[in-house]
Design a protein around this ligand. Structure first.
Ligand code: AMP
Ligand code: GLY
Length: 425
């Protein structure tokens, strides 16, 4: 197979690392990729959402499968673009249709979907500028804290959790009347706050059947003990000790099965990953959000635990016979620590030389924001989340110890990482 993988983060390096090991692979291209993915295949400098340029590349290079990492091309409708084009429609795209991607692209859509299929989630209502006063009244019926979500994609910043009613009302005004998140906050979902512990469950579906991948927990805040600003994710572990077989059975019965059946019943084409963000409340799972892709950095711990050939599973998705394919999971723990640029998620500098990579022996380094400049041997930083250091262990502590030891070998100016990944578990 000639595979085109779309994306440039740690998630895509983890996919590329795994796909490069497949017996079914002939050539792998990563669009646009990073300094790490260049070691697994060929990077192609084209924008992830430039569908015409992607079309030309796919045809010229006889690509036989497209794997989509991030949400933007999915929400923009890359699946539908391929299926509507006579020359492209026989080339499978691993990722949902534009309507399926609305599970992530619109919080209101996903809440209504959950309601239609009795999938457990927080009680909510949706408001617009015209119904802002009713939104204020709804806020008054809820106990604090308050959860306000911009309906559309807002680069992971669209959820605000004010502690008081006054702040919540002010936030609602900012979002609806002052377009705080632009188009994304034309609608705002207000929902009840769920108190519990979060985890993520990932499902791969061919639209008919599904495989549940190992659960993972990520660490979203920049500071230790979950303090400070939200980030894309500062580390992850898999499996999640509190997500035992009984809990995962509830997730499958109450959430995964009704989600897949709901998509099917509504005729929504979904051949790709579903990322289910869950809150465990007194041992029961509630959906916090759906994403139409894998998580980052969760992929950096989930993919290394998949022993089966990933392209074989993707082929099952493409052909609609995923149920006939086997998925084997490594029983070891995987833990990943994200190395970030000092200042992230606020302002930070780029272009810092990264050294010490050759000293890492016991871990896998997944690059996230790195590039090679002027053919120099050492990559430089090109974004906030620079690289994820993943290790295996027979215990979580062993996996974490290896990742921290490796993290200590890697140097770049103003490097920062959390030292408490996994400690809460
Ligand atoms: P989201 O972008 O939907 O993942 O929300 C970002 C974060 O806000 C989640 O990871 C949760 O920590 C938190 N959150 C979202 N919805 C709720 C809720 N209903 N109750 C408690 N926390 C929530
Ligand atoms: N780690 C959370 C996400 O990928 O959205």
């Amino acid at each position: 197979m000639n595979v085109l993988l779309i994306g440039s983060g740690g998630r895509e390096h983890a996919f590329a690392w795994k796909i490069a090991q497949s017996k079914k692979l002939t050539r792998l291209f990563i669009l646009p990729g990073n300094a790490g993915t260049a070691g697994c295949g060929t990077n192609v400098i084209i924008s992830e959402t430039d569908f015409e340029a992607i079309r030309k590349f796919v045809l010229e290079n006889k690509i036989t499968m497209v794997v989509v990492g991030p949400e933007a091309p999915l929400v923009k409708g890359i699946y539908d673009f391929f299926s509507a084009d006579n020359d492209l429609k026989s080339i499978p795209v691993i990722g949902p249709s534009k309507t399926g991607a609305q599970l992530e692209g619109s919080k209101d859509f996903s809440k209504r979907f959950m309601q239609r299929h009795q999938i457990p989630t927080a009680r909510y209502q949706t408001f617009t500028k015209e119904t802002m006063q009713e939104g204020m009244t709804f806020l008054e019926t809820l106990p604090p804290p308050y959860v306000l979500k911009a309906d559309g994609l807002a680069a992971g910043k669209g959820v605000v959790i004010p502690a008081t009613l006054d702040e919540a009302k002010q936030e609602l005004t900012e979002m609806l009347a002052h377009s705080k998140f632009g188009e994304a906050s034309v609608k705002v979902v207000i929902e009840e706050f769920l108190k519990g512990i979060e985890l993520s469950v990932f499902v791969l579906s061919d639209g008919v059947s599904y495989k549940i991948l190992p659960p993972a927990k990520d660490y979203k805040r920049i500071g230790e003990a979950d303090t400070g600003l939200n980030t894309g994710g500062m580390g992850a572990v898999s499996p999640v000790p509190f997500a035992d077989a009984a809990f995962l059975k509830k997730v499958e019965d109450r959430i995964v099965v009704p989600t897949i059946n709901g998509l099917k019943k509504e005729g929504i084409i979904y051949k790709g990953f579903i990322f289910i963000g869950l809150m465990c409340v007194n041992g029961n799972p509630y959906v916090i959000e759906y994403n139409c892709r894998m998580g980052d950095p969760e992929t950096e711990v989930v993919v290394p635990r998949i022993k089966s050939d990933l392209l074989d599973l993707f082929e099952g998705v493409a052909k609609g016979n995923l149920s006939e394919r086997k998925i084997e999971i490594d029983s070891r723990y995987a833990a990943s620590v994200m190395l970030v640029s000092g200042g992230y998620p606020g302002a930070y500098e780029k272009g810092k030389v990264i050294s010490g990579l050759e000293k890492v022996k016991d871990s896998i380094v997944f690059h996230a924001a790195t590039e090679v400049k002027n053919g120099k041997p050492e990559p430089v930083t090109s974004g906030g989340r620079v690289m994820a250091i993943t290790s295996y262990g027979h215990t979580m502590a062993e996996a974490l110890e290896k990742s921290y030891k490796s993290a200590g070998e890697i140097k770049f100016d103003k490097i920062y990482y959390r030292k408490d990944i996994g400690l809460d578990l």
